[in-house]
Design a protein around this ligand. Structure first.
Ligand code: CRA
Length: 791
């Protein structure tokens, strides 16, 4: 019945929504027809969810984020609605392959990395749990750039996910707000009023996000920037064609592109405009919805919880105060208190270069009223904490982290270690003043996407043993634990991994023309390229290993394929050098007839959510090797452990919790701790000392300097070798020796496939805690005071 209905709906949409004759329909048309047919089934639960929220006067959660790295949506929706088999049958009936149809969808990359992907997992968990929530962000015309390699170097080209029709967004031109910039603060009846001199329209697009089993759906509302006046007809008529469209172009610029920086912050006017644009539109929408139900703005904190995803929406503090005070006439200190009781802030990084600051000059120019309100908030804070050291404005800069902290009811870190370090470092003084404000909520990942749909072989195996309850109660995976001792189960588990590896190898052959040995260990490091993540440590280890294999080609080596994936921010020169080095090393190693059967390095370009979904299920070793104290949490690390890859890692971010849960015996630990790192940096010439103590490291560096990977040009990778042997802030040299030791331990462990599989099973069985459902329940209880609506 389900199949018949779905078939009819697909055909109906192909014909009447897309105007295509089945005889001439292309994959893209079938994909859109299926998407519309599936979307149709989301609409009723979506409306029902909205009605239930209004009817029960439930508290709503609003997640404000500059980034939502959602990837493809069709498969998510099909899986959550339980339509996988039906869709497969229907598509085959039309002579289409469901897998090809699903793969045709552009990967919506409206984010850079972990922070954006976390937001996407959270939306899905909020819907699965049935917590009334909205995600608010920007509908970038171009998401994260496309990466390609030319002669080993990163090239960037614009991403174009909207070129083909987007099946998921419902445009809501009626939901538009005028967002002002610049101008001045005037006084009317003795009260300050902001009179902006420029404005753009924020126009909404809604995407329903359906939870597991279609019980609940929330909304992701993304704002598109449009001109207030479409077009200057006078100028056009005067023949000034380009000038006539200028206002439009400049308005649209605001939602044109995603800033491609990950954990580095760029102080650009456009960035601040983007931040204010989406924050102001979202707050107006939130307040409008609140006003439609309640008369008294004092009720706001009871009915609304707003989460600021990092400082990017930090302007929400002064903006909400402006709305409550300037527009609704609430007394200023009460307005500050009310806003503060409503807002919460998640910190995602301690890296100083990522902590946003805006010059007072820019802020006063672009948002003059907000600048005066920030001063007022600063005073309010001064009265509250007279012995304070912290100022919101310092050396001519507004500090957005401090502003967010002061304006938040709760501030959270994203792993236990990160939260502790927040208390000890960036927010030490503020934490002393508000000792109850900082709480921890360790990140999580949605098991629907990262296990059930990305890894059907493992999911089926699990389902055969413990049923399907784990899908929305991931700690049920603990029931697999005894099976680690069951040789038949281990074999099935190993077979599933082997089949995933074979499939990935086939993909590499088809798309990149490289042959991988599916019996080699698949060792994967996929994440943004950043010095603190230390992809250069990993490639140095590969060089050293290659040298040893060459010395002893008949040795008993454990075959390995090292897989890298990740983009570098276009302006991050050092990260791009690392990419170039990895590709250059890969070229030499893979062409070596003697060593390449033991060691290969591959680096597929354009790593994104879709590629992650292919790589993670096939991975056996997960590289989580950041300098301790630098990776706030990581979420890839959780996806790997869940899919049965063992971690080689430092005590950083959520690695610490992963190791605690999966057990120290099932985790390859190496490297300095966060406090050792701090101490080590004080050692004079620490890098030179580490190199002098480790001939392997010295030799690997010399090999680069000799030009082996650069056609004899010894200068090409000087920036890297100089850094690692010189300043070496991220302590690549100091951690190398222990990384080498742990890597060889991995080699030994891999050779005993029984015990390796046992460890892998235990990783899966003990990763249930890393579900984003658990994280969201934590936010609901500790931060938002929100509840799920009973079904
Ligand atoms: N780059 C952290 O570095 C963390 C995610 C999500 C990051 C990761 O360790 O897992 O956030 N920080 O919490 C960030 O974006 C602005 O800071 C990240 O994605």
């Amino acid at each position: 019945m389900q199949t018949q209905d779905l078939r009819d709906a697909v055909l109906r949409h192909l014909t009447y929504s897309l105007g295509k004759d089945p005889a001439h329909a292309q994959t893209n048309d079938w994909r859109l027809a299926l998407s519309f047919a599936v979307r149709e089934r989301i609409v009723d639960p979506w409306f029902a969810s909205t009605r239930a929220t209004y009817g029960g006067k439930h508290k709503r959660v609003y997640y404000l984020s500059m980034e939502f790295l959602i990837g493809r949506l069709l498969e998510d929706a099909v899986v959550n609605l339980g339509l996988m088999d039906a869709a497969d049958e229907v598509m085959s009936g039309f002579g289409q392959n469901l897998h090809n149809v699903l793969s045709d969808e552009p990967d919506a990359a409206l984010g850079n990395g972990g922070l954006g992907r976390l937001a996407a997992c959270f939306l899905e968990s909020l819907s699965t749990i049935g917590c009334p929530a909205y995600g608010y962000g920007i509908r970038y015309e171009h998401g994260l750039f496309k990466q390609s390699f030319r002669d080993g170097r990163q090239m960037e080209s614009p991403e174009d996910w909207l070129l083909r029709r987007n099946a998921w967004g419902f445009p809501r031109p009626e939901a538009s707000f005028r967002i002002g910039f610049n101008g001045r603060v005037a006084e009317r009846d003795g009260k300050p009023v902001w009179e902006p001199s420029e404005a753009v329209l924020a126009s909404a697009h809604d995407t329903p996000i359906i939870g597991w089993q279609g019980r609940w759906a929330n909304t992701l509302r993304l704002w598109e920037a449009k001109p207030v006046d479409i077009f200057d007809l006078d100028r056009f008529n005067r023949g000034e064609f380009a000038a006539a469209a200028e206002a439009e172009a400049s308005a649209r610029t605001i939602s044109r592109v995603l800033y491609p920086d990950d954990t580095t912050y760029q102080g650009k006017r456009l960035r601040l405009q983007q931040e204010y644009f989406f924050t102001a539109a979202s707050l107006r929408d939130i307040v409008r919805r609140f006003d439609s139900e309640y008369d008294d703005p004092a009720w706001l904190p009871q009915k609304v919880a707003i989460q600021l995803n990092d400082t990017h929406p930090a302007i929400a503090g002064p903006e909400l105060v402006r709305i409550l005070h300037d527009e609704k006439g609430m007394e200023i200190d009460r307005a500050i208190e009310t806003a503060r009781a409503t807002l919460n802030y998640t910190n995602h990084t301690l890296l100083p270069e990522a902590l946003e600051k805006w010059s007072e000059e820019l802020m006063s120019d672009l948002l003059p009223r907000h600048m005066t309100l920030i001063q007022r908030i600063d005073e309010h804070h001064a009265q509250e904490k007279p012995n304070r050291k912290v100022r919101l404005i310092e050396n001519g800069d507004v500090k957005m982290g401090e502003l967010s902290f002061v304006m938040a009811n709760r501030v959270n870190g994203v792993s236990a270690l990160h939260t502790e370090l927040m208390k000890q470092t960036v927010f030490e003084d503020l934490h002393a003043q508000y000792p109850d404000k900082i709480v921890n909520q360790t990140n999580g990942v949605t098991p629907r996407r990262w296990l059930l749909s990305a890894n059907p072989r493992l999911s089926n195996l699990i389902a055969g043993e413990i049923g399907m309850d784990w899908v929305d109660d991931l700690e049920q995976l603990a029931r697999l634990e005894p099976l680690a001792e069951d040789s038949a189960f281990r074999k099935a588990y190993r077979d599933a991994k082997r089949a995933n590896k074979a499939e990935l190898s086939q993909w590499f052959r088809d798309t990149h023309d490289v042959a991988l040995d599916p019996d080699a260990m698949f060792d994967v490091q996929i994440k943004r390229i950043h010095e603190y993540k230390r992809q250069h440590l990993n490639i140095l280890e590969a060089i050293a290993l290659w040298q040893e294999i060459r010395d002893n080609p008949n040795g008993d080596w454990t075959p390995r394929v090292k897989i890298f994936g990740g983009k570098a921010a276009p302006g991050y020169v050092f990260a791009k050098e690392i990419i170039y080095l990895i590709n250059s090393v890969a070229k030499v190693l893979n062409a070596d007839p003697v060593t390449s059967k033991f060691l290969k390095v591959v680096y597929p370009p354009n790593y994104n959510v879709t590629l992650a979904e292919k790589l993670i299920p096939a991975a056996e070793l997960s590289q989580q090797i950041s300098t301790a104290g630098k990776e706030a949490s990581g979420t890839g690390n959780m996806k790997f452990a869940l899919n049965g890859a063992l971690t080689i890692g430092t005590l950083d971010g959520a690695n610490v919790e992963i190791r605690e849960l999966v057990g120290a015996d099932n985790f390859f630990l190496f490297g300095m701790t966060a406090s050792e790192v701090v101490e080590r940096r004080k050692v004079h010439e620490h890098a030179a000392k580490a190199i002098a103590a480790d001939p392997r490291l010295a030799r690997a560096l010399d090999e680069i300097r000799a030009g082996t990977f650069s056609d004899g040009d010894g200068e090409r990778f000087r920036s890297i070798t100089d850094n690692v042997s010189g300043h070496d802030y991220f302590l690549v040299s100091s951690d190398f020796t222990d990384f080498w030791r742990a890597s060889r331990e991995v080699d030994r462990a891999y050779r005993d496939s029984t015990s390796w599989t046992r460890m892998a099973v235990l990783n899966t069985a003990r990763s249930g805690w890393f579900s984003s459902d658990r994280t969201i329940r934590g936010y609901m209880g500790d931060i938002w005071g929100a509840s799920a609506v009973p079904a």
